[in-house]
Design a protein around this ligand. Structure first.
Ligand code: ZN
Length: 176
């Protein structure tokens, strides 16, 4: 396994629409190894999700796991472990919710972002099997943030009020 360098906002790869993988590619040894590298890179950085474009590989792949004790998101509930390929989002409500989002590719900053509160995500798992999950609350935001990386979007693009862009150490801890 290897920790990869995480690229930052300004790198054009973060603005690309990533390429879908075939089922054969998903189950290949290269992608198995990349999956392990992505978990290791995400954990090393203290993140709760990492999309392949963030390590300069523009493919439709992301890993997500909210740990029981997240330093960056201390109020968040623990989640399952997800390895996601070729995802499609369906919005299940127009009701939105807001969180202070951060991004490993936008280090040191947080911004307040409102997104739909309930979504369905259809995707292929590590065995290239189709899966469909419904998500709500914080995990719905985490998925929308990560899936945005696969279409070249960053959370700052989703902010309604850019004046909420804040350095981590200026943000009151109670707000997460
Ligand atoms: Zn991000």
């Amino acid at each position: 396994m290897a920790v990869h360098q995480i690229i930052k906002m300004g790198n054009p790869i973060l603005r690309e629409v990533s390429k879908e993988l075939t089922k054969d590619e998903i189950v290949s040894p290269e992608i198995k190894k990349l999956t392990l590298d992505m978990w290791e890179t995400m954990e090393h950085a203290g993140g709760i999700g990492l999309a392949a474009p963030q390590i300069a590989i523009p493919i439709q792949m992301t890993v997500i796991r909210v740990p029981i004790e997240s330093e960056r998101y201390p109020d968040a509930d623990e989640s399952d472990e997800y390895v996601i390929f070729n995802p499609k989002i369906t919005y299940l409500t127009e009701e939105t919710q807001g969180f202070w989002e951060g991004c490993l590719s936008v280090p040191g900053l947080r911004g307040f972002v409102e997104r739909p509160k309930r979504i369905r995500v259809d995707y292929l798992d590590q065995n290239a099997h189709p899966q469909s999950i419904e998500l709500s609350d914080f995990l719905a935001t985490v998925f929308q943030h990560e899936l945005d990386h696969l279409i070249g979007k960053l959370y700052v693009d989703r902010m309604k009020d850019i004046s909420t862009l804040t350095y981590d150490d200026e943000l009151n801890n109670d707000e997460g």
